[in-house]
Design a binder for this molecule. Sequence first.
Ligand code: AQP
Length: 322
Amino acid sequence: MRVFSGIQPSGDLHIGNYLGAVKQWVNAQSSDALYCVVDLHALTLQIDPATLRTQTDDLVAMLIAAGLDPATCTLFVQSHVPYHAQLSWLLECVATYGELTRMTQFKEKAERQDGYRVGLLTYPVLMAADILLYQTEQVPVGDDQRQHLELARDVAERFNNRYGAVFTVPVGVQPPAAARVMDLQEPTRKMSKSVASPLGTIYVLDSADDIARKIKKAVTDTDGEVRFDWEHKPGLANLLELYSGFSGESPSAIAARYHRYGDLKGDLVDLVVTELTPIAERYRELRSDDVALRQLANEGSEKAEAVARQTYRRAAEAMGLQ
Ligand code: AQP
């Protein structure tokens, strides 16, 4: 089963990225799985060049620390493989303007800034290219990527109908729990790298004290009853989803074992700290050797490029490029 997914080096990894995406990637890793640090996507928002370079290294180290083994799967950096940008252009000539302006993330992000870049509008096409280049069957992603994935499927089908069967049509897969982790202070808003929310976001590299403080201050409600109910108790439901993401138990079964919010929060702190502490330790070791880290990423990029080249050539030829 060919698996592909990507993550932007646009800030520190938070537990939404970890549970929604990275933990699934670790579970699905095999010689047929490719995971990518999508640095081209990070250019859609303002980012200092030195920061982008550092954050790309940080993220490669973090993905390995979280459990990806570059000897098992292919771990690489998107801009090292030029076919992503090249296929993206071909697919921009298949996708429509109407499709892109309907993307919810585009509308939300464009609203937050004046003079947004064209890349903010077209980046779902680049994401389609990322996926389709590898003849991907499954894309493990968080729930926020559903709409973009639907676009990748539509573009693949349209291309295949118009020019001949070149692309595998991928399906998205979400984890059973924590597919959309919400901000701990505003549980109706997604936990996010690009929106600063110091108490609402738990980072994988947070200290045990910070994790405890953030979970203990997480917004809940005043009725005091522990039950899993997204509509009426979003703060508590978010904590139960997090608990489920870390423990594997279902949110309702967890809720049934607790009578007090404080007890649930205390146990959740222990679970999160126990899982994240070794990842942070391993990350610091890996990050202390830049040369080895870049070597690993370069090896991954070579493996990825060999696959991408074949698909790109087939797509270009099908469209009439010589
Ligand atoms: N809150 C979340 N809960 C579950 N999964 C999430 N993901 C992101 N946020 C959550 C998943 O993480 C993967 C990588 O995401 P990304 O780096 O491509 O960036 P993003 O979706 O743009 O997430 P950010 O950076 O945290 O937030 P925004 O959008 O505000 O910039 C994806 O699989 C994503 O689904």
